[in-house]
Every structure is written in C-alpha cells, then in structure tokens.
Design a protein around this ligand. Sequence first.
Ligand code: BES
Ligand code: ZN
Ligand code: ZN
Length: 509
Amino acid sequence: MVQISTKRFSDKNFSTKTLVVFVQKSGNKMHALGADQDVAELIEELHEDGFAMSDLKKGVFLRSVCDSHFRHLLLVGIDDKLKSLEDVRQLAAMIYQKLHANKADKAGVVIEGLTKNFKSLPDLASAFTQGAALASYEFKKYKTKKKTSDKEKSESKESEITEIFLLLSKKLNEANLKKGVLEGTIISEAICFSRDLGNTPGNLMTPELLAKAAQDGAKGTKIKVTVLDKAQIKKEGMGGLIGVSLGSAVDPRFIIMEYKGGAKSKKPVCFVGKGLTFDCGGISIKPSNGMEEMKFDMCGGANVIGTILAIAKLKLKVNVIGLVPATENMPGPLATKPGDILVSRNGKTVEIDNTDAEGRLILMDALSYASDLKPAAIFDAATLTGAVVVALGNSYTGVFTRDEKIRKRISAAAETSGEAVWHMPINDHHLQDMKGTYADLNNISSTKGAGSSTAAAFLEVFVGEGIPWAHFDIAGTAWHTGQRINYCPKKGATGVMIRTFVELAKSYF
Ligand code: BES
Ligand code: ZN
Ligand code: ZN
C-alpha cells in the first residue's frame, strides 16, 4: 500500500520529483489551484499553445518540465462537479494510477487546490488518502518473484510508488491535515488486511487460520480476541455451525473480538460476519464452473474483523463486538444431508433441504449469541445469496431491515462512506415461506423468487426481541467488482462495508 504523508510546502526548501497540481477553468483562463508562480506561468503557456481543458480531466503527465523544486508535473483538471468525498476518493485513485503508469515514485500533491469545495479538511484528507491507498492495493503474495539482475532491480524499484505527500501550504492547518491522513491510512490498512484474508485460498485460510489472523491483527490494540473451538461451539449449543462443519476435515471456530472504547454503561454494537472459508455447497454440491470463487465466502467475516481493527485503531469511543462463525462447507462422510434436522442455539429446529444454503445456519447461531449480549444494534455482513447478485449486480450491497431508525442510520452512514447500498424488502410473507414441514423452519424457501428476502427473514428469527438489526447481503459486492469503482481491484476481494460499518459505529458515540 502506498504511504501517504504530509509535508510543508515552501518554495525554497521543498523538493519533490513529481508535483500534482489541480487546474480549474474560469472564463477563458486556466488556473493552477494553490500552486506557485512557476507552475501558474507554465499553465498559461500551455493554454496559449492550445492545450484543451478536456485533456486535463484524466490527468496529463508532463515529464522533465522543471529543474527547481520538482521535475515532473501531473496536471489534473477539476470543476465544480467535484463535491462529494466519494468524488475525492475516485480522483485520488485516478492520480495514483497515473503516477504509477508514469513510474513516478515520489509525488507531492497540492491538496489546497481541493479545499475550497470541502468544509472539513480532515474529511478531505482522509478521503484522498483512502482513494490513493486503496487503488495501490495488490495481492501478489503467491506469485514467485522473477530473478532479476541488479540493473533491472534498480529499475523496478523506481516503478513502485513509495510515497505520496499532501503538501501543506501556509493556509492549511497541519494538525487537521495529519488527522485526516491518519484516519484514511487506518481505514485503508484495515480494508487491505481484509482483502488479503479474502484473497487467500481456502487451503491457506481455514477457520483456524482465519482466527489466527484475527488474533495477529489485533496485536498491539485494545481488542480482546476469544476463539471458541469445536468442543466449546458444541457446548454453546451452536447446532447450525457444527452441522455445516460436519462434512469437512477441518474444525470450525467461533471468533469473538471485543473493543471497549466507550463508557462501561454503554451497550455494545455487534457486527456479525459470515466466515465460510470454502463453500462447495456440501452434499447439494455446486457446479465446478466458478467454484473457486467460493474461497471468498468468508468475506463478511473478514470485513467484520477489518471493521473491529479499524475502530480500535481509530480509538473510537464506542463499545463494539465482532462475531465470526467460521467453517468450511464440504461433502465428507459425516456431512449434513438433505432432510436432516439441526437444532439452533436458541432451540429452534431447522430442516436442511439444501446444504448449500449454509450461511444462514452459521449466522443463526451467531445472531442468537449476539442477541444475548444485549447490544444497541446488530449488523451482519454475508455473501449469503446468489439471488442478490441477480437483483442488484455488483454495484450495490442489499440491505434488509424492518427497523425504520436503523434504515435511516444506514443511509446516512453509507452516504458518508460513499459505499452503495440498496434497501430491500423483508416482510411476514418472506418468513412464511421459510416455515418447516418437519421442523420449525426450513433452510430454503417453499416458493420461487425473492431468495435474498426469504434468507433475510430466516435470519431475523434469531435476533432477540426489540434489538435493532440489519443484514447486508454482500454476495455481489465482496469480490470481482470489475473495477466499477476505480479504487477497488478488478478481481479479488474489495473489503466492502468496512467503511460503512465504521461510520455506523461512529453514529453510536
Ligand atoms: N455462498 C453462497 C451464495 C453466493 C452465491 C455468494 C454466488 C456469491 C455468489 C450461499 O451459501 C449459497 O450457496 N446460497 C444458495 C442458497 C440457495 C440454495 C437457497 C444460492 O444463493 O444459490
Ligand atoms: Zn452455499
Ligand atoms: Zn455460502
């Protein structure tokens, strides 16, 4: 991940290899925003030479244009449409990509050029940091390195962007700028941590290893991590989590992460994430084509782990608990079979008519565990249904709740985080469709259609009376979003909803 920092920008003693300058047209003129005289003159010359503003929108990299405190110049055109923090994230990602393509290893950004459009400098700096840092993410851990000659080594070193500085002019408040960069860095690091967990294949990301990753990630923070093993999970009465794990040779885990940043008297906010480290469907086995993608079925869990890490590192004054039921779903000899009946942690019985609808079975136990903690609210994230991908594709996360207040809270949080969510229906008809023939509930719907809503209605049964709850179905947004958003990778895990969950936690101050 590229490092973002701040540097004081004074004409005499500052130097950077590449200077990034925002340019805006007003009337017939082009203005270099917040830049010094040298740059202003250069831009005037360019304009006189017939350089069109439209060219600047995507960024224009000018090599070796100056010999003083910078050498190369990246000009980026902006206009009044640049309004939201999400615009800033995407702008920063574009800048990172342009610098990367031009092998510009160190760059200073005249961030002042953006300040007039934004009220809060920390928010602007945080969003810029997120966009650049998240765009720089790569998952190369399992690619063996080519042996390179010393010459090649020094060349390839040059191609990595090592640092981006946000340049501090006299007008900007250093503490505010630094505060924003720190927040943006913490959030981006947590997202990249979760992306790494998601991208790691099933053989190297078993429930045990996922739990270890949570423990390792929490080192040096105030988070208390407790991991329940198979015997303890049984003792808890988590019949769903045990039932799903039976066909696998590896044992399940139940991961608990507690962070107490608020007053003792304050109820915790609970985040629950589906941690299915590989879902082949079990006995109701999935087709081979694309099955490898089911290593991502633990992204809800990974992103809840990232959420708790981010909240703790940001030192937010809230009490939060992350819960991640983790298991494989495999068709081994002891596997749960269609028709089997499992008993959930809260005593309700469930007939399993399709072993591939396993997410709801591990979540039902986690939701009942969460409810016993008497939380202020429960939010869960799960790659739960293929149906949500049919409904919403890979742009929007589907959100299900019947609680009006929570719905508004989520809309506000997502507005700030810039993550796209879409509220989906959930009502008593959906619940009716999940009633069982031989048990209290069936794990699949008795009717066709609305598969994401019926799944959500099933989950709702396990949420304690009166506890505000919302379910986020991230099956379409957790990975392979095709770089619809330029700071997310084309392929691989996105870390979706971490930013929204952090915002939600903030709303409980
Ligand atoms: N993990 C899958 C859901 C999924 C599918 C996520 C495709 C991302 C992409 C889940 O466990 C599952 O298999 N759900 C079934 C439920 C059905 C059997 C009721 C599904 O959606 O097909
Ligand atoms: Zn499944
Ligand atoms: Zn699944």
